[in-house]
Each structure stands twice: as structure tokens, then as C-alpha cells.
Write a protein that binds this ligand. Sequence first.
Ligand SMILES: Nc1ncnc2c1ncn2[C@@H]1O[C@H](COP(=O)(O)OP(=O)(O)OP(=O)(O)O)[C@@H](O)[C@H]1O
Length: 893
Amino acid sequence: MESSNSKMAPQTSLFQVFLRLRPPMQQNSTKVPTEPWLLVEQPTPKIQDNEEQIQKSHPTHITLQPPNDSRKRAIERFGFTKVFHEEASQLDVFEEIAAVENIHNVLKNGRDGLIATLGVTGSGKSHTILGTKSQRGLTQMSLDVLYRSIGSNIRRPCHPDLPTDTQLLESLQASDPSDAHIFPATTFLENIYTDGDRARFSRAQTPMAGIGSRAQTPLMVGPPSAVPGSFPMSPGPSVPSSARDSFATARSSFASDATIRSPQSTRLPQPRRLCRPLGKHTTAVHDQPLPIVEEDAPQREPWHLPSKANVWERFSPKRKHAKKSLIQDSFPMHNARKPPMPRPSTFAHEPDMASYATHIDPQCDYVVLVSMYEVYNDRIFDLLSSTPSSGPAMSTRQGAALQKGLMRRPLLFKNTEMSDRKVVAGLKKVVCSNYDEAMMVLETGLTERRVAGTGSNSVSSRSHGFFCIEVKKKVRGNDYAGHHLNQWSGGTLSIVDLAGSERARNAKTTGSTLAEAGKINESLMYLGQCLQVQSDCQQHGTKPIVPFRQCKLTELLFSNSFPSSNDPSHSRPPQKAVMIVTADPSGDFNATSQILRYSALAREVTVPRIPSVTEAMGALKPAGHSGRNTPMDMPQNYFSAQELEQARHEIDRLAEECNALVVRLTEEEIKRTEAELRLQASEEQAAVREQEVREECWEEMETMLEKEKERWRAALDEERINSQEYMDEKIEILEKNVSFDIHEDQDPNGRVDELERENEVLRGKLAALEQEMQTRSPTKKKTAPKTPGKKTSKVVLEETTSTNIIQNPFLASLREMEKQTIVLQPSSNSDEEAVRLSEISPRKLTLRGSSVRASAMTSSSQEEILLPQTPGTTKKKTRKLTTRKWEVDDDIF
Ligand SMILES: Nc1ncnc2c1ncn2[C@@H]1O[C@H](COP(=O)(O)OP(=O)(O)OP(=O)(O)O)[C@@H](O)[C@H]1O
């Protein structure tokens, strides 16, 4: 047997590593039975061990016998702190991993504890941590032991008979190093489960509803309450009004707190009864006397809240179908109605932990805070800060994921001033006064956790879940004097359900589930590297330098594994960490062996010996007794003994070499598998990075575009303002320099009237002139001599500006007429009336004298003059106008 790593030195390990084997599933019985490849070695009893000890002793080693396929693979042997058989119960595991010691450390010394499960998907990690409907897991058992141990030394922020202990909450808040948001469990649960009951509550406000209708509501668990609108409860004594008041106070304090911190604060319900006092201790689990805790203070049963389901139904086969559909969209809090509030009566009560309480400081007050978060895609998300369910839910899974991704804010794991350790900052922490409250909070958080159905496991965890039970203690009587800081000290027990590693081919995952698997595998690979360093350091007895800063998961798991400072007097002890590796012996050999390789505390590689040729030859006996040589006997006859000896040596040497080569080959194969895994992980990582970079670029581009838009908008505005100012200035200058002569007669209608009047006058004048002309016509001169003293008219065209005449067609034609004929010059009578067009512009044209209607048509030297039709004169007269016929007044122009 070749041993590559055979020593185990648990004292140097950061994690104790246990192996738990999963029993075969029911449906697996139909599978063709295969040769078992995982063999558990029975422990070798020590001489001093008695019978009981021998029976109770657990094996520490297993052997992996590769299945008989074409590949010649080495046999591997792995060493663990302990190995649990398939039959091992939840309680066996709880006892053997020394969980009570862990709880004791947290309660007494403030030393942190960590219990984590690691394994291939479907191997039983969640089963170990969270149990089933009937059997509790490590989390429930630890919580039960914790509350039993603290007993009456627990401090409650909300007590049914007392007002909310706001001082307690304030002091806890002040001493918390992680910027946590601390709420009492009653307030937290009330806030979470408000939506589902709001309608009922509002109905209950009406008098009708208060009387009878609600009694038939199936959700009613207890008798109808005397108080309309009160929350239905389990049968029990009625609630004193003080309880309502205390809750109302608690709620209002939460409301004031939450308005600052939480968006959910806007959805706070109306006050209603949630607490009720009961007899000693709480449920059936708690009614056994505690061996250590003094029950000097009166115990009250926690308040109960109705529900249709509890968390462990998540894992019950009956609900699997419903759960699957729920899981399919992964985000029940967003896509579906909020689940009903859990009922403590449905919680698993087995195994009974009555005998497991541990010692506490009797002079101290204790407070238990529960917080939960998950590591998903290398980011930390609070499981108790459910995102608001308001707003339209996305229909597709990707849409919902995007919606949820956008809505959930990742938290930071960082150093803070108040802590010597890194902490997850900004978590919601819920003060739970008893086991039932803690369980309800746990269930509430689990509904937020990401799970999905895969080919390997119908309820597969897609994130690493961290359930933290933080215990704070303070010496009694030292009550909040002046400053709150550093009054509370304590430790945290973290219980971690890691997501399982999986092969895409087996899990049949696609799309985002495949991407999730990539991230899960990558983080588990980093975890494997850290564990391997631990195992290597054990072999060489050196101090491990663990590369735990490679991803969030390893940071969270390992950063508490080292003393907080180099000075031992001021240093906090490192956490006590337990890793439970789960394996399915009838599952996938390659995936399981991979996990075991990096998680085992010790590993040995054994090369199966192939019988060498020399051995085969040596085993041959001469067949001389038969008298005849068989072909196999031939060499003895043909080769000398010396030659045979030489050949044997040579063959032995070659066989040795061959064996060494096989060992090397096996190691190389292991390395190659690891490298392949690493390559796959880095490819996935590169794809994710690429996506991140693309998103970053896109965001940057968006920002730049936005900036550029802003810049252009600003420039445009500026330009507008400038041009406006410029125009204003122009107008101002114009106003200063130009004074407009605004005439009253600008009204166009008035002007037309005026012109028409003028026309009438002109026509009159013209008619008068015509008459006069006729009388003065040479043809009529003789017959009608001029009457002396008769008035004649004189039309004078006068223009102020020549342009006006040119622009006015009428006047222009007149002018033309005047030029040609020209104007009417009656005889030189001193009293003749001069018709003067003093103003020839359209507006200023004035004609004096009688009205004249003249239609002057100039055609060569002819002019047709239409005379007014005077009574008795209907004939149209056409005559030639010559210069001789008219005399033009010189002063006309
Ligand atoms: N020790 C056990 N005894 C009985 N049943 C078990 C045991 N371990 C696991 N199972 C059953 O096996 C199934 C898968 O287990 P579980 O969901 O715990 O796997 P997992 O390792 O958490 O998977 P994943 O990593 O995909 O979340 C469950 O139905 C569970 O009840």
C-alpha cells in the first residue's frame, strides 16, 4: 500500500470533518444493484475500551473501491474525525459532533461555533441541518438546547403583561457591531404576515363580521374571540388587554423604527392581539423539568399564531408537487401569495432534547437573536428582509429573478469599528424569546431561500444558507447605566447548509440553474482548496495558510477560524468549526470521490497489485511426476537457474516500476480531474466576469450618454437664453430709435369707406367737368357760347412724394392721363374750384370739388370717358382727346 497522506493530526485542523452516509432512497430499490464502492472500515477497538464503548465507537476511515470499468483506478482510503453509517440518527450526529459543547462555548465563553454540511447534491445536507417533518435537524435541536439552557434568564423585549422593553432593544442596537436592524420576533412576524390577514382583519372591523361570520373561517383555530378583529389563536386562556397594549406599543415602536429603515413600514397593520399568557413553559417539548435551570421567574407560554403549514412540509413528499411549482419560479415571496404563518404545533418535536441543557452564568441575562442570510452568486442576501411584494410580479423565471435581483440589495462582509472580526453588515436580527418564535422566524427566512428542482434533487438548494443564532449576555442589574456600549457580549452559533456540487449532465440543469451550478461549483472548489491546505498542513505539522479570501463563502466560513489578534490576552478564541460531509454510497462515484478527496482529513492511495510474472512463474510447479513435460515446464529445461534468477530480478524491477507508474498515473489522473474542474470553474467565472464587465460598460455608457444629453440640453438652453436676450436687445434698440406714427384711420373698412366717398366726390367733379367740357367743346362753341361768370372746376393733382403716385395704380393712371391729355383745365376763372389731390398716397388722397366718376382708358391718344347718365342723356360718347382740348395747369405737379 502506497501512502501519500496517512497521518491525522486533528489538533491543527481548522475544521473537524465528519462523514455522514445517506441511506438508499425507497425508489432506488428498483435500480439494478451495483457493486458497493464505498466501504466503511470497522474501528479497531482499543484495549481499554469496554463493551459499551466498543459498540458506541464510530469508524474513522472509509475505502473507495472504484467500480469495475475499463479504467484502472487506484483504491483510495480517506480518514475523517468520525464516520456515520447510513443508520445513524439525527440525534447520533448531534451528539457525536459535540454540538452541545459548541452551544456551551457560545453561552459561557462567547466562543463562536460553526456547523456546516458539504456534499454532492441530494446527499442529505439539508436533511442533516433542517431535518424533516417528523425529525428535527441540527438547527432545531441546537435551538431547543439553547433555550432550555437559558431558561428564565432570557430577556424578552415584548412581554404579554408588560410594555415593550425599548431600553433593551436600544441597548442591543447600540452594542451591535454590524449595523444590524434589531426587531422583536412578534413585531417581525406581524409585519411579514400582515398581507394575508389584512382583508380578514378589515372585514372583522364591521359589526357583522365580528359576530358570526368569522367563526366559520377555516383558518380559525381557537374559539371566536371576544374582541372583533383579534387574531385567531389556539385554544387557551383569553388575552388580557394589557397584552394587546404591549403588542401595540411594540408595534408602534417598530413602526417608528421601521419607517426609517424598512420599506415595509408603510404596510404596518392595525393593532391586534398576538400574545397570550399561558402556564409554565411552552409546548410539549418544553414541559419537562430542566435539570439545570432554576425556574424562579414565572414562565409564560409564547404566543401562538395559526398557520396551514410549517417549514418541514417543504420536504414532505406530499407537498413536493406543490412545492415544485413554487420552486420553479424560485421566488415565492414575489410571485405567489405570502405563505401562511407557521403553526408551532406542526413543528417536529423529535428527538427530545430534554436532557441536553448546558450550564450558563446564572447572574447573567441572555438575549437570543436570529438572523439568516444566503450566499448566492458570490453575494450575500438577507433572508429576513423580504422584499416588498407590491408591484407587478414578473411572469417568467428570468424576469422574476431579475426583479428579485434588482430588488434585493447585497450585503457587505466587512470590518467595523466595534468588532475585531469581519461581520455581515446591515442584517435584520430578530430577538426571539423562545423556541417557537425562533422556529417561526427560521421558517420565514427559509421561504426566501433559493431552491429549485433539478435532475439530481427535487428540492435542491441553489444558495449557501447561513442560519445564525447569536447569544448576547450581560450581568444582571447592570442595567443600561448611561452608555449602552459593550454591555452585551456573546458569541454566535452559525449553522450552514451549503449548496451541493453537481454535474450538469446528471443534474440536467440548463439556463440560469446551470449558471447557478457553475457558481456553486466554483465556490465549493475554493472551499475544497482551503480544506486541502488544512489537510496538507496536518501532514506536515505546519500552520495552515488558508487561501480563504477567494470567494464570499470561504471568507464567511474561515475568517473566524483564526485568533482575532496576535496578543493572546486580548484575542478572541477562534471558532469551533465542524464540517459534516454527506455522501450517498449509491450515488455518483466520481462526484462523491471528488468531494471526499478535498474534504478528508487524511488520504491514502492504494494501487491494486497485479500478480507479477515472476510470482506466476514461481507458483508453477514442475510437472515431472507425470513423466511428460507440459509446455509450461519447458523453461526449466531450457534455461539455467542463473538465467532464470536474473530474469526474475528483472521482472521484479519492471513490476516495481510499473507499480510506481500506476501510482503516478493515478495521481496525475486526480490532478487532471481537479484541473478540469478548475478549468470549468474558471470558464464559468470568465463568463460571469464578462457579463459583469458588459453590464458595467453598459452602465458606464448609459451614464456617459446621460451626461452628454445633459450637456447638450444645457447648451441648448443657454443658446435659447442668449438668442432671447439678443432679440430683446434688438427690440429695445428699435423701440428707442423708431417712433411709429399710428393713424386712427388704420381700420381698413373705414379706409374703404373714405376712399369710396372720395371716389364719389371725384366722380361728381368729373361729371361737372364733362359737362363743362361739352359746353366748351369747339363743336358746341358757336352754338353755346361761354357764359361769363360760370364757375368751372379745376382738378389739381398734387403729390407729396413721387413714389406714392407710382405705387398707387389709380393715381398712376391719372398721372398718365394728365401727361397725355392733360388735365382738365377749364378756362381761367378766378373763382374756379380747384380740385386738388394734395395727398396722393392711398391714405392721404383728398379730392376737392364735386364728385367725379372717371373711368379712364388710355389707348394711344384716345380716351373713353363715361359720363354719368344724367336724365335724358343715355348715349355713350366717345371722343378724341387732344392736347389742344385741355389745358394743363402748370402747378398741377
Ligand atoms: N440520513 C438520511 N435519512 C433519510 N433520508 C435522507 C437522509 N439524508 C437525505 N435524505 C433524503 O434525501 C433527499 C435529498 O436530501 P437533501 O435535500 O437533504 O439533499 P441536499 O444534499 O441538501 O441536496 P442539495 O444540495 O441539492 O440541496 C431528501 O428527500 C432527504 O429526505
